[in-house]
Ligand binder design. Structure first.
Ligand SMILES: [Zn+2]
Length: 214
């Protein structure tokens, strides 16, 4: 399964990390990865001047080869680490037909347009609270959400399943998507990178260049 589509995930190998985040060696690798990805998130494509996170694409925290280092924006990174995000109260789960990366993009667009955090319904009018949802592996029920009180379900509930079962084997999980609560700050969007100005002036320079003397 390709790792370039955004889905609710957990990192099972964080304790295997070889390079500490504050080490010079890691900082250099991160900088190189940011350049390789042109300062843009590999999932939603947003371009930021700050706050980009360097992530191990294969989920193996000890594999620091450059082609295993991808760049995530904070929102997509929160989806990639839905256990931690659930504990922090950043992510809740809803049924939604939208792609996960589309939910991130719409959340950003809403915030940038309206200057406030959107409710899940404002991101996807078709999303629904999860009332009952069985999780199956090989057609056998291995867990269930049973939500009679109609509460918001934190993302930790799927994180615990994902610690033991691969996403691809967990039947029904693809209907469940993460939405951001207002505890997840979208302030980093103030560091949105402007698309570079067209290099029209450069072309002009070439035109006015003095032709070589014969
Ligand atoms: Zn992103």
């Amino acid at each position: 399964m390709p790792n370039n589509f955004l889905k609710l995930s957990v990192t099972r190998t964080w304790y295997n990390r070889k390079l500490p985040v504050h080490s010079q060696e890691w900082k250099k690798l991160r900088q190189q990865a940011i350049l390789n990805y042109n300062h843009s998130c590999r999932f939603c494509g947003i371009s930021l001047t700050k706050w980009l996170i360097c992530d191990h694409i294969d989920g193996n925290a000890s594999n620091n080869s450059l082609d295993n280092l991808g760049i995530n924006c904070p929102g997509c990174d929160a989806i990639r680490h839905c256990g931690l995000s659930g504990i922090k109260g950043w992510l809740i789960l809803r049924h939604s037909p939208l792609k996960q990366s589309e939910i991130v993009k719409r959340t950003y667009d809403f915030y940038l347009t309206n200057n406030r955090h959107p409710r899940p319904e404002e991101v996807d009018p078709l999303c629904q609270k999860i009332l009952k949802h069985p999780f199956k592996v090989n057609k056998e029920v291995i867990g269930e959400i049973d939500n009679k009180e109609e509460q918001e379900i934190p993302s930790t509930s799927v994180a615990n399943l994902l610690l033991e079962h691969d996403y691809e084997k967990l039947e029904g999980i693809e209907k469940i998507k993460g939405f951001f609560t207002d505890r997840f700050s979208l302030n980093f969007l103030n560091c949105k990178r402007q698309t570079p100005v067209e290099n029209k002036e450069k072309n002009l320079e070439i035109k006015t260049e003095v032709p070589p003397k014969k």
